[in-house]
Design a protein around this ligand. Structure first.
Ligand SMILES: [Zn+2]
Length: 420
């Protein structure tokens, strides 16, 4: 008998833009299991990615099911309708069993004054000092804290409730995540606690919550910010969740979800220490890092595959403004550090790979080059079968890079505590 699908304490979101790397990604979870830790794979793809690639949600499901079958994976796994809203969720309903309900756009929108006052009255018991696990720090909450937090976040949580009920009316057996990361200001741990109180009021059995953390989480490159401050806040967020589980009746399995979580090497030690210290789980969401490993594998293969990677860079360079615009808040490209396409066209495999592979201390590593290619997947999508045929022809070398990147640079430091 098959055990019910259950999100483990540790889980990793893996994006697979062209639906060719699910097996190589799952292989990283197999390696984690061999090293003694079960990490549940969750294949995530947002509506925006589907639109850019021209793909359908069932392609994610097919790729995930095929990978699970090919590797004989006996554990749980999920397909995540990533960053959906009421407007975009419907086509995911038949095939996804994990929903990242994105309500960041509603943050700061006013909720009805009666609803705000009802929230304040319902949670008056939180006023005062709140003791937390794992720290001598306390949350200090006043009536004004309750009111101002409700004014800022209650409408967003009500919207999450509407999306949750819409999904629940259409299907069962799914995990809801609430995400608030795609916004300008970080949520404090106290705000997170009160957001969770509102989520419990809405009756959402939330499994993962994605706040915006302080510091910069740029796409595909390392964290930029104060790591010590991140560690303190991350610990307080975990403590807030523990409090919310105990006092608001939220699921025991509730945990943090770290979005734009790939490649944030300088905070992985802090995340690992905190989840071990507080015996907490975590969901680490990655996406575009795998597409970059496809490019690395193509470049490493040389010949026509290297030429295609060089061509993709040339096109991305030519269209850099339009490619970067939608991601302006999550990339930091120094235009002066972008090599000219003619120069890149003359690079060897080794030069291209060293510039792109995320080994920050490598002499040739170029984070601007990497970030431009990170947002350049639209170029490969337009190439269609020219790109996909070369992926298939070079499957082994690409798969090795995809697996090593996920395991060595992500799973091992976050979940196993191995220094890189
Ligand atoms: Zn996100």
């Amino acid at each position: 008998m098959k055990t019910p699908n259950k999100l483990g304490k540790y889980s990793i979101g893996t994006g697979d833009r062209f639906a060719h790397q699910a097996k190589a990604q799952l292989q990283a979870c197999v390696q984690a299991l061999q090293a003694g830790v079960e990490v549940t794979p969750v294949w995530n793809k947002s509506n925006r990615e589907h639109l850019i690639i021209g793909s359908q949600p069932d392609s994610v499901r097919h790729a995930a099911d095929a990978a699970v079958q090919a590797l004989g994976w006996a554990g749980s796994y999920f397909c995540d309708a990533d960053h959906i809203t009421l407007q975009t969720v419907d086509r995911f309903l038949p095939v996804c069993d994990f929903y990242t309900i994105d309500v960041a756009d509603a943050i700061g929108k006013p909720a009805a004054p009666e609803a705000v006052e009802a929230f304040v009255a319902r949670h008056a018991g939180l006023i005062g000092e709140i003791a937390l696990i794992g720290t001598s720090e306390r949350f200090s909450i006043t009536e004004e804290t309750l009111r101002s937090t409700a004014q800022k976040y209650l409408a967003a949580v009500q919207q999450a409730g509407a999306v949750y009920r819409h999904i629940a009316a259409a299907r069962d057996n799914f995990l809801p995540e609430v995400s608030m990361d795609e916004t300008d200001t970080a949520q404090t741990p106290v705000e997170l606690l009160l957001i969770l109180a509102a989520i419990a009021d809405e009756g959402i059995p939330v499994q993962t919550i994605a706040p915006k953390f302080s510091g910069r989480f740029n796409k595909g490159v390392d964290y930029v910010g104060d790591v010590a401050q991140f560690e303190r806040e991350f610990g307080l967020d975990v403590a807030a969740i523990a409090y919310a589980v105990e006092h608001f009746g939220l699921p025991q399995t509730l945990k943090l979800s770290v979005h734009s979580g790939s490649d944030k090497f300088s905070i992985y030690g802090a995340i690992h220490r905190t989840i071990r210290r507080l015996d907490a789980g975590v969901h680490l969401k990655t996406a575009g890092t795998t597409w970059l490993e496809e490019l690395i594998g193509l470049a490493e293969a040389g010949g026509p595959a290297l030429a295609l990677a060089q061509e993709i860079y040339g096109e991305a360079y030519a269209h850099r403004e339009e490619l970067c615009a939608p991601y302006a808040t999550v990339i930091d490209i120094d235009a002066n550090r972008l090599p000219a396409p003619a120069e890149v066209a003359a690079w060897s495999s080794a030069q291209f790979v060293e510039a792109l592979r995320h080994v920050p201390h490598a002499a040739g590593y170029n984070s601007s080059f990497r970030q431009l290619l990170h947002v350049g997947f639209k170029i490969a999508a337009k190439m269609g079968s020219r790109y996909l045929d070369l992926l298939e022809a070079n499957e082994a070398i690409i798969a090795r890079n995809v697996t090593q990147n996920l395991f060595d640079r992500h799973i091992a430091p976050v979940f196993l505590g191995r220094a890189q």
